[in-house]
Ligand binder design. Sequence first.
Ligand SMILES: NC(=O)c1ccc[n+]([C@@H]2O[C@H](COP(=O)([O-])OP(=O)(O)OC[C@H]3O[C@@H](n4cnc5c(N)ncnc54)[C@H](O)[C@@H]3O)[C@@H](O)[C@H]2O)c1
Ligand SMILES: O=P(O)(O)OC[C@H](O)CO
Length: 331
Amino acid sequence: MTRAAVLSAGSWGTTFAKVLADAGTEVTLHARRPELAAAITADRENADYLPGIRLPDGITATADPAQALDGADLVVLSIPSQTLRENLAGWAPHIPAQATLLSLMKGIELGSTRRMSEVVCEVTGAAPERVAVLSGPNLAREIAEEQPAATVVACTDPDRLEALQAACHTRYFRPYTNPDLVGCELGGAVKNVIALAAGVAEGLGFGDNTRASLITRGLAETARLGQALGADPLTFAGLAGLGDLVATCSSPLSRNRTFGEHLGRGMSLEETVAATKQTAEGVKSCRSVLDLARAHGVEVPITEAVVRVCHDGESPVQMVREIMSREAKPE
Ligand SMILES: NC(=O)c1ccc[n+]([C@@H]2O[C@H](COP(=O)([O-])OP(=O)(O)OC[C@H]3O[C@@H](n4cnc5c(N)ncnc54)[C@H](O)[C@@H]3O)[C@@H](O)[C@H]2O)c1
Ligand SMILES: O=P(O)(O)OC[C@H](O)CO
């Protein structure tokens, strides 16, 4: 892969553009605001999302999606999941016919309960083997600072998968391949929901036992749902499963965990939404994950609890009481 278009220039899109450029790919980054695109090109910095990080010379920025997509053999999608369908419909006519379409997004569409790769296929008409996902313990700021991290790229076409792995392999970012696209994608979406619960626990003042219990039982419900959707259960023991769950549930950098922490400390939902400047996917996706689980007859008690706290007005204290008083059962 030689030329990538990254849409758009948020925290992760900008960070991944840097990864691609550091791996030797020419990158055009799409920013919605022309003034941000101009500032990125002129200053080599995205001061809105990654202040203090110098962007490589291999990145140019534009506010024109057609210009960003022109000649791209890799199209990287990194916007809030619930906005993908609408945005992609506008971008689709400009996407080169053979380009690989890579989703960095970690959400499930509300209403349709589609994974992002499914939305990409539906909107663009691309064959499923052209669509890939990247997911793992990848907090943007740490990677932008070149702290070593690993990730997973998944695609059903082995040639595209190998090319993708090479395109984003740098001295600080190590991608593994996995053919299980469904499992990788689901792991990324559900961990955001579990991280909300871990944040609530943190906000209530609970410690490591509580977090470890949530991570482990969260992984169990992710794997149950994954199996019902045809994922490989082993994927959930890897970077896109356990790896991402541990990072997101533990890190103060996580927007999902921070959102939950605010709720746990007693902030109202409205106050928490107002205090959250970046995308916390789990707040919306908890509902679609629950819908998906119900459609497949899978029990997801932590996800249910997160929906009650984020959308039905249940208090964090009551949430913990309800989780802990569930019927006792074998592990
Ligand atoms: N930040 C991370 O550490 C990280 C890591 C891995 C995956 N992700 C995933 O990447 C995706 C993007 O997250 P992010 O962290 O870059 O979010 P962000 O909030 O930092 O940036 C969001 C980007 O989307 C754009 N955007 C917002 N609303 C839009 C709309 N309605 N239409 C078009 N564009 C819109 C913004 O302008 C911005 O460029 C999410 O699915 C997230 O879960 C994030
Ligand atoms: O900040 P969050 O909660 O969106 O998490 C970021 C990444 O997905 C961590 O891998």
